[in-house]
Design a protein around this ligand. Sequence first.
Ligand SMILES: Nc1nc2c(ncn2[C@@H]2O[C@H](COP(=O)(O)OP(=O)(O)OP(=O)(O)O)[C@@H](O)[C@H]2O)c(=O)[nH]1
Ligand SMILES: [Mg+2]
Length: 233
Amino acid sequence: MRPLVIVPTYNERANLPLLLDQLLAVPALRILIVDDASPDGTGEVADHYASRNRARIQVLHRSGKRGLGLSYIDGMYVALRTDATHICQMDADLSHNPADIPRLLDAAGQADFVIGSRYVKDGRIENWPMHRRLLSAFANRYIRAITRMTIRDCTSGFRCWRREALERLPLASIRSDGYAFIVELAFDATRAGLRCAEVPITFVERREGASKLSGMVIIESAIVPWRLAARPR
Ligand SMILES: Nc1nc2c(ncn2[C@@H]2O[C@H](COP(=O)(O)OP(=O)(O)OP(=O)(O)O)[C@@H](O)[C@H]2O)c(=O)[nH]1
Ligand SMILES: [Mg+2]
């Protein structure tokens, strides 16, 4: 197994060192950071770590804040040019625990892609205020009802793809960003007939740095499920 994890960053300077230490503790895991020229210097911190561990850490610098979705797509193209057998994705804010990655990789033995899920048995959320819990729970119900997807946590950004599964997705035609990108990717995967497994995770609210969840992101997320549902089979 040759796993690689893609980590998009925007102003995560305070979280990156601890995150990288924890990711390096996962056996054989290679790390691809995709930074959108963070004003707080996250990109330089990433470069510093990469210069000390070129075998396992790589940094993709993009010019300016151009969005989470496009960061992932660029990262996925780079990942697919390596010999990685499994390509994971996760947030940089320590909401996702690197120590869970081996469980995701394990589950990929019986599935094409695996989601670290808050909404299956034993899944948890820590330190989220009630309004964030309600928004997330509602968003998942809303998306499932409109798109008819059966995935419990379609907005989770903690995932592991078998290389062959990712290769089958129409990455070039994905148009949405933010949470909507995460949802569209899951939708395309289900439409492609890929098998999904969900493993429980404990999601912990970020302690450092600021959330990038904006009104625009929420509006896009409300519209995208309708666009997906209207797509001909
Ligand atoms: N490269 C890149 N990364 C981004 C962009 N926006 C967000 N990110 C990263 O994507 C991940 C998720 O973003 P968050 O701000 O944590 O968004 P969130 O998890 O929806 O919000 P919180 O739960 O409040 O933290 C983090 O690692 C961010 O640094 C972007 O435009 N470009
Ligand atoms: Mg977050």
